[in-house]
Write a protein that binds this ligand. Structure first.
Ligand code: ATP
Ligand code: MG
Length: 369
């Protein structure tokens, strides 16, 4: 059997197209274990239809849809025979034929071919319905071979992981940050994860990242102890500012990892107004701790929308497991929601930031999943 893979946005990428196609082919090889060939604006592979391959292909970013196809020689008689065979195996009353030609030298155009091929199925007492057919027969005519299939399985869309460079995702163990990582993978980022803890539960974070592996493959998590930074902040910073200071400290520590990994941006699960640390004032105070861009793809999403997406991509279950959230520690009941950057910088003068950053980094651990 053949697999025909149609890609999402690659078609619009102009002279960069071979680069996008090559990346997608590599990712498919890695995640679905099949080698694909580039042919006429799509990818083609030989493979059996298995749950594993189907699952992998529906996750890999960059695929719009894919189909398992039969093939025959590119002549009308052979096509008719294949179509009749396929139609016999299916239950339907109405149908349409959707032919397309990658080989324009074929003697009929697509319309003519549609009409001609519809004849065989029409003879089986089925009716043509172009608008809402119960069965659709796709016929892709190539120079020597023609592919025939009846089902387009939806892919994840987006662009292939790796085409947009690398980014560091601050992953908390909550519901939001894994979804933000998925969103950026789908836009072509390879994601490296950084997690700060006071009480380490490496398994929970690793389990979340294992789910995300289906989108980008092998992944790396940096675990960084945060207790020292936290203790110092608790002593020196009024409680309503602590959350902001924690998060500024996280960015500074993670910046070293970003540079070591040659990443170009951070990714966070922030969503505007969701909690006190995510007001516009506070996000400004947090994000200016680093000069690198902070991408927050969930910024305009509602909590319920994020939860639905977490369930859809499969991270929700692992995210709701009990966990000791280091950010929640000793934070005010009524935190500042309109922090001023000047105040925050003033408070920070009391903290020996460089020493905290280097101490935390010395004790980092890297886990590959
Ligand atoms: P999440 O569901 O992702 O935990 P949240 O709604 O609980 O988000 P916060 O706890 O304020 O919000 O965290 C906001 C963002 O800060 C997270 O999405 C994540 O990117 C980052 N972050 C928070 N805590 C940590 C942590 N312990 N390690 C790494 N990043 C963190
Ligand atoms: Mg959280």
């Amino acid at each position: 059997m053949h697999v025909i893979i149609h890609y999402a946005e690659i078609g619009t990428k102009g002279s960069n197209r071979p680069f996008f196609e090559r990346k997608l082919a590599e990712n498919i090889q890695h995640l679905a274990g099949i080698s694909v060939e580039r042919r006429f604006g799509r990818l083609v592979a030989e493979a059996k239809r298995t749950k594993k391959i189907e699952g992998a292909l529906s996750s890999v970013p960059g695929i719009a849809n894919f189909s398992f196809a039969e093939s025959c020689k590119s002549d009308v008689k052979a096509m008719e025979k294949k179509l009749a065979g396929a139609a016999k195996r299916m239950k339907f009353r109405t149908f349409r034929i959707t032919a397309s030609r990658s080989d324009k030298s074929f003697p009929m155009n697509s319309m003519e071919l549609n009409r001609k091929l519809a004849g065989v199925i029409w003879k089986m007492k089925k009716k043509v319905d172009l608008e809402e057919p119960e069965a659709e027969f796709f016929v892709e005519v190539g120079k020597e071979r023609t592919f025939i299939y009846t089902e387009k399985i939806p892919g994840t869309g987006g662009v292939p992981v790796g085409t947009a460079g690398k980014a560091v995702c601050l992953i908390s163990g909550g519901i939001d940050s894994p979804v933000s990582a998925f969103r950026m993978m789908k836009r072509g980022c390879r994601i490296v994860f950084v997690h700060f803890y006071t009480q380490k539960d490496g398994k929970k974070i690793a389990d979340i990242v294992k789910v995300l592996k289906k989108f980008q493959g092998r992944s790396k998590i940096y675990f960084i102890p945060f207790r020292d930074a936290q203790n110092e902040i608790i002593v020196l910073v009024p409680d309503r500012y602590r959350m902001i200071l924690y998060r500024r400290m996280m960015l500074r520590i993670a910046e070293e990892i970003l540079e070591r990994e040659r990443a170009k941006a951070f990714v966070t699960g922030d969503s505007l107004s969701q909690v006190a640390s995510q007001t516009m004032h506070n996000l400004r105070c947090i994000y200016t701790a680093s000069t690198y861009p902070v991408l927050a793809p969930l910024i305009g999403m509602d909590k319920q929308e994020i939860v639905d997406e977490a369930k859809r991509i499969g991270t929700y279950e692992a995210s709701i497991r009990k966990y000791h959230d280091c950010c929640a520690f000793m934070v005010a009941k009524h935190p500042e929601t309109r922090a001023s950057l000047a105040d925050v910088e003033d408070i920070e003068k009391k903290i020996d930031i460089d020493s905290l950053v280097s101490r935390a980094l010395k004790r980092k651990e890297v886990v590959k999943v």
